[in-house]
Design a protein around this ligand. Structure first.
Ligand code: ZN
Length: 408
């Protein structure tokens, strides 16, 4: 195993992250509480807090009377330090969310994107529109913006075969994107965004190895391995949706056959229903989100129709098998599920998936594995990409050693 050299600067950076994470989850805390929450010494906490106070990242929230003796100062993240924007560029919409510097959501705006209209200029113009609308709704001036994170789906699709060319076009024209936005921009893909959201605002900090799965039109995995996000050589790690579930299986929109996404992406779930009951009214619902919503309503009925129940069972079986492969490779402590399919179907899907993963994983690999719906609120891609922009800002201030590849 390669030895990673950790400099004292890295360690100081990690301690600052620990303190910021503790403040993010507690809201407000005293230095003593921060020491207890992070396991850092009181001396280290004092140094870190002083660094963060002088950078304006943390502020004194007030005095509280302790049980004994003199009052103690409570600290919190300084939301007024500035504004951070997270922009989720998806296949059919672009959503911009404005956060304060404590990662509290202030306002958002969404613009529709025509997926058949994929030129970079069009995407960049729509993105700029979403950003301006969101800033206006938040009452934020451009001067207040510390950073803008843009999440673009990554390039596993082969251009000749895809209907979805929006992200690829935009990836090739990042200079134009930066120029149009005219603010500090960091670009990353949604899998890295959801993993970052999990690390800062979800379960990630409590586990050294974990996976967060995004289930919607596409599916993918944000992987945290020994505390760090797994990126891979070209930042494409986690494209689990295009790993193989069935040899010679269903055609996937990436051009290959048998991908996980062709079974557990929203369109894949609909194909499963159409296979069970071709005449079922839900099998011809043209909109994916409406289909998933209608499936959830059908499952919630006192006696759901058998085709719907069978669709859920098969989907759980596909997901369970595909997750078991991830478990065999990564050996995570926890898996969280996110994305609009999960928010709609989670109550029905998650218990069934849990059972399947335990059955399918090698030996008792999944016996202790926790599988839960993510606790990250709101749009996890926008939250995560905004968090990456905040990390970049803190890196530029010299408070964090950067975790984001500088090319992005
Ligand atoms: Zn595929």
């Amino acid at each position: 195993m390669a030895v990673t050299r950790r400099t004292s600067r890295d360690i100081r950076s990690e301690s600052r992250l620990d303190v910021m994470h503790a403040l993010l989850s507690a809201g407000a805390a005293s230095r003593g509480e921060l020491a207890r929450a992070t396991g850092l010494s009181t001396a280290t906490v004092a140094t870190v807090v002083s660094d963060l106070l002088s950078g304006g990242i943390v502020t004194e929230a007030g005095l509280t009377n302790g049980r004994v003796g003199r009052p103690t100062t409570t600290l919190r993240l300084n939301g007024d330090r500035g504004r951070i924007v997270g922009i989720d560029v998806a296949e059919t919409y672009i959503r911009a969310v404005v956060f304060d510097a404590a990662l509290d959501e202030l306002a958002s705006a969404e613009v529709a994107v025509d997926e058949h209209h994929g030129e970079a200029d069009y995407v960049v113009a729509r993105l700029a529109r979403a950003l301006e609308d969101a800033l206006e709704r938040a009452g934020a001036a451009r001067d207040d913006v510390l950073g803008v994170g843009v999440s673009l789906p990554g390039g596993t699709q082969r251009p000749a075969e895809v209907s979805v060319v929006v992200p690829n076009a935009a990836w090739r024209h990042l200079d134009r994107l930066r120029e149009r936005i005219g603010l500090p921009v960091v670009v990353d893909n949604p899998l890295k965004a959801i993993a970052t959201a999990e690390l800062w605002s979800g379960e990630g900090r409590r586990h050294s190895s974990m996976i967060t799965l995004n289930l919607g039109t596409g599916v993918g995995a944000g992987i945290v391995l020994e505390g760090a996000i797994l990126r891979g050589a070209r930042n494409f790690a986690g494209e689990w949706g295009h790993s193989l579930l069935a040899l010679d299986g269903r055609r996937c929109r990436c051009g290959r056959a048998g991908c996980v996404e062709a079974y557990v992406g929203a369109a894949g779930i609909q194909r499963t229903l159409a296979g069970i009951a071709p005449e079922h009214p839900l099998a011809s619902e043209p909109m994916q989100r409406e289909f998933i919503g209608a499936l959830a309503s059908a499952l919630a009925r006192p006696s759901p129709d058998p085709a719907v129940t069978e669709t859920l069972e098969r989907t759980a079986r596909y997901l369970g098998a595909a997750i078991a492969d991830l478990v065999a490779i990564v050996d995570p402590e926890m898996i969280t599920l996110t994305g609009w399919t999960v928010w709609a179907l989670g109550d029905h899907l998650v218990p069934a998936v849990r059972r399947r993963v335990v059955e399918e994983a090698p030996g008792d690999a999944a016996a202790e594995l926790a599988i839960e719906v993510s606790t990250v609120r709101g749009n996890p891609v926008a939250t995560g990409i905004a968090t990456i922009a905040l990390e970049r800002f803190l890196g530029d201030m010299g408070l964090l050693t950067s975790r984001v590849p500088t090319a992005l």
